[in-house]
Design a protein around this ligand. Sequence first.
Ligand code: SAM
Length: 282
Amino acid sequence: MELWYIQDYINEYKMGLKVKETIFQGKTRFQEIAILDTYLYGRTLLLDGIVQLSEKDEFMYHEMLVHVPMFSHPHPEKVLIIGGGDGGASREVLKHPVKEVTLVDIDEGVIEVCQKYFPQLGKWDDARLTVLIEDARQYVFSTSEVFDVIIMDSTDPLPRGVAEPLFTPEFFAQAFRCLSPQGIMVSQMEPPFFDVDRVQKLWKGFGAFPIVNLYWGLVPTYPGGIWSYVIASKSPDPREQKRLPSFPTRYYSPAIHQAAFVLPPFLEEMLKKQKEDEGSFS
Ligand code: SAM
């Protein structure tokens, strides 16, 4: 008997993965967690039924989410990761010569399960890493810390989900407050060629930033296989790479850094219209 996992992303779209076995299933205070061993992508983490990462393609997402902002900043020393409870984003940040990384995730259950079943993901014993278990909305609204780079690696802003309050103009304005003068923020931003009005709505939230760009990359296990990221900067141009990688990467490269900002005309059009409506951004 064949076992398939079918992910409902929106009513009109489902994605299926053939499953060898269910490795783990459980419920935390906030989310349902499942780990499946799939034929195509190996171990795959689901939160509330949505694929968060797979062994096979997580590097594509984590390298693009982290190295584009990190190499766009001239000398990032203090980094904030919002969400990121699986450890992948912090693993990539810690490859840079940073001084401090603060990871704020609402759900320690996710961290515990990922430490056990995805040991290759996190670098949890790195002395530069501080893990805080709290709602990132509360943290960002109340902290007096100032960061060079803020990386939003939360779950999708699904209705009534724990991440929904993070994708608001008020939250992004508070994140702006927590950034140093050359600060850069990046957020995972949903499938652009799939959910254009949601990208437009989220895009509007970055109004406090003088420079806002969209870049994209491949993530086969995400809806549509292509993912977008919004990068918002107080001053450095995020399309300019300031330093070269001193460690091996498998998806990110200087050429990919440039190419990721080249958008197809229809997406350019969509963002141009958004800027006209908003009357700002570059
Ligand atoms: N790469 C995935 C993606 O793009 O959807 C995200 C992976 S990571 C596991 C998502 C994390 O966001 C989870 O650990 C979840 O607990 C965390 N999260 C969701 N809402 C949050 C909130 N309000 N504050 C802090 N962490 C939150």
